[in-house]
Design a binder for this molecule. Structure first.
Ligand SMILES: NC(=O)C1=CN([C@@H]2O[C@H](COP(=O)(O)OP(=O)(O)OC[C@H]3O[C@@H](n4cnc5c(N)ncnc54)[C@H](OP(=O)(O)O)[C@@H]3O)[C@@H](O)[C@H]2O)C=CC1
Ligand SMILES: CC(=O)N[C@@H](CCC(=O)OP(=O)(O)O)C(=O)O
Length: 342
């Protein structure tokens, strides 16, 4: 049995990665593919790596085009999903890869996104405590942001186990595909190649409230987050360096034990052997998250480093993982932990 799937935003980076994964998924049939300015174009002219779909023509993103599918993925810019989603039936599984339905607090949404809050859907990060139960059978899923995926999976075990003080400091580097396909002056090759640059410094990045939401839920109380993103000269990948002051009594052994326990049954999150550090190259094209944890005894701080592919586990892979759970399929169907190297 296969489900019929539509992808809105098929001309973008997130939509393209989603289609790459769906083409390898045994339980889906790919239906409508839509775009905006590229409606009417052959997919092959926009996403030449998706050869089996090269002759498909993008349709406009309308409710009529998206009707008649079991699953609709929305890989649209922030703020565009709600109007589309409300025209789709309640029986349709709608998976929003944008930010519109991630935040629980309407004031946070308005402060960081500057528009009215559309609502909150079950959050598609199955590894967080209680998340799988909320996704099972759901017909609406909010796929997490890419930085919050890397950061929340790195730090939630320390907070859930009561090992960290509620003040996290995070510096993360992202590849340029995180900014989407639309041309942006600061993403010109001549500006990006051979240089790293910070942005959104000082608490302004819109992923900060999403990280606070996830870590506070794990801690059972408010966690403050200081988050500094940086742009790295690579197309894909996120490396997040996350630190927090350790609570009294924490040792390297108790810290490692908490992480071993948290990830023991996770198909996609891997705690690396002691002494091995995560690299973005190891997870390219894979839905894996690689994590290493260390205790800096002199500074009294917990340090967790995680890597993901921002387009795979950071969006499209996370979306497919959540779809599998919502539909009652094996969570790993169509997904791989095998990367591309070198
Ligand atoms: N890139 C990443 O690493 C991640 C992206 N995401 C999220 O996925 C979503 C898509 O991002 P990404 O693929 O990077 O962006 P892109 O700019 O690469 O793609 C945007 C897509 O949306 C379509 N689109 C643009 N404006 C509209 C509109 N007004 N109505 C309907 N469709 C529209 C575009 O169509 P056309 O090309 O035809 O104009 C294109 O298909 C965003 O919400 C983003 O936050 C989430 C996590 C990570
Ligand atoms: C490198 C880069 O620019 N990254 C993007 C975030 C990536 C992303 O897609 O996040 P959403 O899912 O919330 O859109 C940024 O910092 O805005």
């Amino acid at each position: 049995m296969s489900v019929r799937v539509a992808v809105a935003g098929a001309s973008g980076y997130a939509g393209g990665e989603l289609l790459r994964l769906l083409l390898a998924h045994p339980g889906v049939e790919i239906g409508a593919l839509t775009g905006n300015t590229n409606a009417g174009q052959r997919l092959g002219s926009l996403q030449p790596h998706l050869l089996p779909l090269a002759e498909r023509v993008l349709e406009p993103t309308t409710a009529d085009v998206l009707a008649g599918h079991d699953v609709v993925f929305l890989a649209l810019p922030h703020g565009q999903s709600a109007a589309v989603a409300e025209q789709l039936g309640e029986e349709v599984l709608v998976i929003d890869m944008g930010a519109d339905f991630r935040l629980e607090d309407a004031a946070d949404w308005e402060a960081f996104y500057g528009s009215p809050h559309a609502g909150t859907w079950p959050y598609g990060m199955p590894e967080l405590p209680g998340a799988r139960a909320a996704l099972e059978g759901s017909r609406r899923v909010a796929v997490p942001g890419c930085y919050p995926t890397a950061v929340s999976l790195a730090l939630f075990p320390a907070y859930a186990a009561g090992l960290a003080e509620p003040e996290a400091v995070i510096v993360a580097a992202s590849g340029t595909s995180g900014a989407g396909k639309a041309a942006k002056p600061h993403l010109l090759g001549s500006e990006v190649m051979g240089s790293m640059s910070p942005y959104g410094v000082g608490g302004g990045h819109r992923h900060t409230p999403e990280m606070i939401q996830n870590l506070s839920a794990a801690a059972g109380g408010r966690v403050s987050v200081s988050f500094t993103p940086t742009l790295a000269p690579m197309p894909r990948g996120i490396l997040a360096t996350c630190t927090a002051k350790a609570r009294t009594g924490v040792t390297a052994a108790s810290l490692r034990a908490a992480y071993e326990k948290a990830f023991a049954d996770e198909p996609f999150v891997h705690l690396l052997p002691e002494g091995q550090w995560p690299t973005t190259a190891a997870v390219l094209g894979s839905n894996a998250v690689q994590v290493q944890v260390a205790y800096d005894a002199a500074a009294g701080r917990i340090i967790v480093i995680s890597v993901i592919d921002n387009l795979t586990k950071g969006t499209a892979g996370g979306a497919v993982q959540s779809m599998n759970i919502a539909l009652g399929l094996d969570e790993t169907t169509g997904l791989t932990t095998i990367g591309v190297a070198p």
